[in-house]
Design a protein around this ligand. Structure first.
Ligand SMILES: C[S@@+](CC[C@H](N)C(=O)[O-])C[C@H]1O[C@@H](n2cnc3c(N)ncnc32)[C@H](O)[C@@H]1O
Length: 422
């Protein structure tokens, strides 16, 4: 088989690669789309086809667009920037359908995707490295640990991107040669929560630089983390997230949904699915993104394995007004899922696990008899696997809402609503 080939791209794969065929074998080519004719170089032969590098676009698709970012192609994020809006939206829906089909769901109602716009990402983790030429800071290159020295990012909130250059200047005198760091930033309701991880104990001059930086750029809280030790260098205001009117103090670098728009779409879907029902269990609740909006109408059990976010949720629940009872439960739901017996008293269960899904917990939910289940997932494949367990256990998958908070990337969140068959 030829090493370099010409291929017509006819469809898209789950990771956003263009897919064509050569001698009857599927060929996967990144940065290509249906309608392109490309020259591609084979890198690897796998069970399901040939994985290639794009050498050249011979004839571009009619709907191909100019990428919005100068770092396109090199940067590991946003690989689908050359899709027009309609092509992208169709692909988001197709991405959900592909995962569902793999688990035998051929006929599910997939709703219109909620796609976050440009410049909406409110949390980022930037990589930094001190080199002889200064600090390189940005995102990892595609499939590599090399760092793109980013001076823009069209998907990230401008309040965060304007800090890229000042951060380089800040870290220059603090890091030693070849020292790496990670800068986590979250834009909260009270300003930016920043946590810098690096293998370096701060001296007095470093502290002054960091504190001046926080003042100059109005950073709400700046923590330095060295080998797990969290050093609160400049706490000017408590970083706060606001959920349905409840003010939750955000523990440093905690999980929040990636965009305001994504959070709103997920929350609306979850609240809507539980409307009119009684008690709700919110499993993998984090700091309470869904707990508080749900607790406007329902008594909510909020279960979470990490102590810090759950403590933040509990503290907010203790002082918030206008909510039904919130019962926080600290529990490792992988090792000790809530049992079918414990779940029986609920009318609805919401679960939003990490990427690995929640197979042990879902097996218990499937046996519980709870009338409504809402699955929120950041991995369409584990979503579909968990959905299969629920459907085999007697639930009907009513609808799936795709929520895309990572514009132009294959990452996708799904909300599935399940009803118990009688
Ligand atoms: C995708 S986040 C969702 C958080 C929350 N629902 C939200 O929207 O902000 C997943 C949550 O699962 C929690 N988690 C991870 N492993 C867990 C486990 N074994 N048991 C319970 N919670 C776990 C994480 O700490 C995190 O808060």
């Amino acid at each position: 088989m030829a090493d370099i080939m010409e291929v017509d791209i006819t469809s898209l794969g789950a990771q956003g690669d263009g897919v064509g065929e050569y001698d009857g074998t599927p060929v996967f080519v990144p940065f290509s789309m249906p309608g392109d004719r490309v020259r591609a170089k084979v890198l690897e032969t796998r069970r399901n086809g040939l994985y290639c590098d794009l050498v050249e676009i011979l004839t571009p698709s009619r709907v191909r667009q100019e990428p919005a970012c100068v770092h396109f192609g090199a940067c590991g994020g946003c690989q689908l920037q050359f899709f027009g809006d309609d092509t992208y939206e169709n692909w988001v829906r197709e991405r959900a359908l592909m995962a569902l089909r793999q688990h035998g769901f051929d006929d599910v109602l997939v709703l219109e995707p909620a796609i976050s716009p440009k410049s909406s990402r409110r949390r980022v983790a930037l990589k930094a490295l001190k080199t002889a030429a200064g600090v390189v800071l940005g995102f990892n290159e595609r499939q590599s640990h090399r760092i793109i020295n980013a001076d823009m990012c069209p998907v990230t909130r401008v309040e965060l991107t304007t800090l890229f250059t000042p951060l380089r200047d800040l870290l220059g005198p603090i890091l030693s040669q070849r020292m790496a760091a990670t800068v986590h930033m979250t834009l909260t309701a009270s300003g930016i929560d920043m946590l810098i991880e690096a293998p370096k104990a701060l001296d007095l001059a470093d502290r002054e630089r960091l504190s001046d930086f926080a003042n100059e750029h109005d950073i709400a809280a700046l923590h330095w983390q060295e080998q797990g030790f969290l050093d609160p260098v400049a706490i000017r205001r408590e970083p706060v997230m606001n959920f349905a009117g409840a003010r939750v103090l955000l523990p440093p670098a905690s999980f929040v949904q990636a965009t305001d728009e994504g959070e709103l779409a997920l929350t609306a879907a979850v609240v809507d699915a539980c409307k009119g029902l009684g008690r709700v269990a919110d499993l993998f609740c984090g700091i309470g993104t869904f707990t508080f909006p749900l607790a406007r109408e329902h008594q909510v059990l909020a279960a979470e394995g990490a102590k810090r976010p759950l403590d933040a949720l509990s503290a907010a629940a203790n002082i918030a007004d206008g909510f039904k009872q919130i019962i926080p439960r600290h529990r490792d739901l992988f090792r000790r899922p809530l049992t079918a017996d414990e779940l029986k008293i609920f009318d609805a269960v919401v679960f939003d696990p990490p990427r690995a899904g929640a197979s042990a917990q879902v097996a218990e939910i499937a046996k519980s008899g709870v009338s409504r289940v809402v699955a929120v997932s950041c991995n369409p494949n584990t979503f579909s696997r968990d959905a299969r367990t629920l459907v085999d256990g007697g639930y009907m998958l009513e609808s799936v809402l795709p929520v895309d908070q990572f514009l132009w990337s294959p990452h996708l969140e799904l909300v599935g609503v399940f009803t118990r068959r009688l």
